[in-house]
Design a protein around this ligand. Structure first.
Ligand code: SAH
Length: 351
């Protein structure tokens, strides 16, 4: 495919743009102009870059490309303003993104891959495996497109849509640096959360990047026996190893880790589980807190969400045992289930 062999300018930082333009025989300052169009003004085509000559715009269109996303569906919640989007990538793959409106600002949940290959039992995104990893430009485009659509500044990003961010490490890192660039969206790193199912080596690499982002780790169990049943990745990285990596990350970055814990009735939601979890986290002295999420129903799987009472009790046991705990509020309850359900429903209908 000719289209994919052209270099993607949206995924480049200013230095890479300078090199590319140098190869084209263009002066350096063009790189800054193009970066400004892409990441400050956030246009989608060379055509719109009106301070470049027409002949340069044509030359760019011949020799380069701009990765992007195209909106194919949008649902707006009447309850809380949450918006869920389906975007198509250039190759036709479909991804899902969500706008969440919080008092402190607008946050977007983006996908890092179309599908996922991690195989978590309770997650809809992984049912058909991974189609492909997204480029940095495609990740940025989700934020830019939503910002344009809602007409308000996007304040924060969570990498919690489909895909495993650390399974697409280089592109995700590039995305983090680009969205943080002061000449672009200039999003503060502290307003960015990266969620992982726990790829230990990559977590160790990430610790060395000197980023101020929040790391969320999908734990969902208090021991290996339970975790092995619901998360295949657990067999590669037992919990002791994972928690050691978390400890290293928190010590190295001085950033508090969020442990995600989806409560599933009869699977991982007993008082004994809460006590076991608290004990393990305390023993490791990890700077952390636990975020409880009543599991979202996935039609193809038969996990059932824990009752409200059970969630409260689980939280109370954790807190009594010295672990800071929050319960995630459910947003957009009137516009289809969360976590890959919208994408899956669409693919089934179209397919
Ligand atoms: N692959 C990464 C990020 C994407 S999933 C990760 O595993 O963290 C984002 C979060 O949604 C993870 O915590 C994941 O475990 C959780 N999740 C997936 N399916 C869910 C469901 N049905 N109910 C509740 N949380 C779910």
């Amino acid at each position: 495919m000719v289209l994919m062999t052209k270099r993607d300018l949206k995924s480049m930082d200013t230095e890479e743009l300078e090199l590319f333009l140098g190869e084209m025989g263009e002066p350096k300052f063009r790189a800054k102009q193009i970066f400004d169009w892409l990441h400050q003004k956030q246009v989608d085509s060379f055509e719109e870059m009106t301070n470049l000559s027409k002949s340069l715009r044509e030359k760019l269109a011949e020799q380069a490309r701009l990765s992007g996303v195209e909106m194919v569906k949008k649902l707006v919640s009447q309850v809380d303003g949450t918006r869920k989007y389906l975007f198509a990538l250039e190759n036709g793959s479909i991804i899902e993104s969500v706008l969440m409106k919080y008092e402190y600002g607008n946050t977007v949940c983006i996908s890092t891959q179309a599908g996922c290959r991690m195989g978590c039992q309770f997650c809809a995104s992984t049912l058909d495996g991974v189609e492909r990893s997204l480029t940095a430009g495609e990740m940025l485009s989700q934020v830019y497109a939503i910002q344009k659509d809602c007409g308000e500044r996007i304040h924060g990003v969570v990498l919690m849509g489909s895909g495993e961010p650390l399974d697409n490490y280089e592109n995700v890192l590039k995305f983090l640096r680009l969205i943080n660039d002061e000449k672009g969206q200039n999003m503060g790193q502290r307003h960015i959360t990266l969620s992982t199912c726990g790829l230990v080596e990559k977590m160790m690499d990430l610790a060395e990047e000197e980023l101020q982002i929040t790391l969320a780790v999908s734990l969902h169990a208090s021991n290996d026996e339970i975790r092995n049943q619901i998360m295949p990745i657990s067999k590669a990285y037992p919990m002791e190893k994972l928690l050691d990596a978390c400890k290293y990350y928190a010590d190295r970055t001085k950033r508090r880790i969020t442990f995600e814990y989806a409560l599933m009735q009869g699977v991982n939601d007993s008082d004994a589980c809460a006590k076991e979890l608290a004990k393990r986290l305390r023993q490791k002295h990890i700077l952390c807190h636990v975020n409880l999420i009543p599991v979202n129903d996935v039609k193809e799987r038969d996990f059932v969400k824990s009752s409200e009472e059970r969630v409260k009790r689980f939280a109370a046991v954790l807190q009594e045992n010295g672990i800071e705990t929050t319960v995630r509020r459910r947003l957009g309850s009137d516009i289809d289930a969360a976590c890959g359900q919208l994408r899956r429903g669409y693919l089934k209908k179209e397919g």
